[in-house]
Write a protein that binds this ligand. Sequence first.
Ligand SMILES: C=C(O[C@H]1C=CC=C(C(=O)O)[C@@H]1O)C(=O)O
Length: 425
Amino acid sequence: MTRTAASAESAVQALTVETTPLDDVRQLIPFLDPRQPLLWLRRGEGIAGVGEAVRLEFTGPRRIADAADAWRELAAAATVTDPVRLPGTGLVAFGSFAFADESEQASVLIVPSLVIGRRGGRSWVTRISAGDAGGVERADAGAAAAPKPTPFGPEFRLTMAPGRLSAAGYGEAVAAAVDRIATGEVGKVVLARELRAHLPAEADVRRALVELALGYSECWTFAVDGFVGASPETLVRVIAGRVDAQVLAGTAARGADADADARAADTLRASRKDRAEHTFAVDSVLESLRGHTGALETSAPFTLKLPNLWHLATDVAGTLADGSSALDLVAALHPTAAVAGTPREAALALIRELEPFDRGRYAGPTGWIGADGSGEWAIALRSAQLAPDGDLTAYAGGGIVADSDPVLEVAETTMKFRPIVEAFG
Ligand SMILES: C=C(O[C@H]1C=CC=C(C(=O)O)[C@@H]1O)C(=O)O
């Protein structure tokens, strides 16, 4: 684990945090840094971060557990004034974790210096500084650091090209996975492919975030450390002692008209192949959450409509039983069978063998954590990582089971790339 920013010497920084109500702020994205946005947004509500008061980096198999421990220490040492008391007020960090234990991509928790938030029609600003911000600084803090939106940079359009696994190569990997499933080595494995582009230095990333947030308003639009996307899948939320998740696995194209669309949803609901793929994912979530929660309620699987496709979905909800933080639950859950497979270790080994690239933070947990352990985390799907040199890598994958068809699986990844391809294209 490395600590950068503010003070590298002190083991735990004593942060001073002050939340104040704001008049309703309807648009959060214009407040963000054009190249380093920090965002968590759904249905027009969420949090936007500016600057970095603290940045914590983690790698390796214990990256999420280490982050959960580091966060507890940081939160315990902070002095927080929060009269608003909503999820996302007070001390928060944005986080994004690499999918794989062996990933070269750093996992991060970033505490911004300024957070602007909106929830339930109420808005606020939180200022976070290292050390005691009392006296003179505190007296004029409101006037000195009033958050300001900035105009967007010019429009841009990128063309995305195949990455290290082409569409044809992906089809071959799917066929190889189906063969391996036939041997009984795994029941399900999730394979992905990449698309790549280069973002010019002057391009304003907020333009892509606006597209994602408007086009996929029911999804979690996120931006953390250059990693952006609009994910439909809630890995876990912990709010006021309640735990919930929405498991997604099983996908179908939208129909061309209303009748065809309804038929597509019916076919997905009835599909044995998709039900099998879905059950693996639900079981993995229930198994990981049990032990941390009271009895878990699950909905029957239902079809979830997104602009680009249908998913099979199951809602899971319960009450937190052991005082775990949202990050503790993320550590217990990741990677679910929606993004790895079943059995988990064998599926991860097969992913390492068949995918010729590091997934980075794709399919990893991304979200935010609060001082009291509350938080909202998505599985980072429909996403792309922007490197400091402007290279952009987008990812999409799908669950492979015994009767998966390589041609259909390639088409499914094309549908899943749409949010990112259209936001940057
Ligand atoms: C792995 C992805 O989606 C997962 C989530 C929902 C449906 C999925 C599927 O039907 O294969 C995948 O499990 C992705 O979007 O890259």
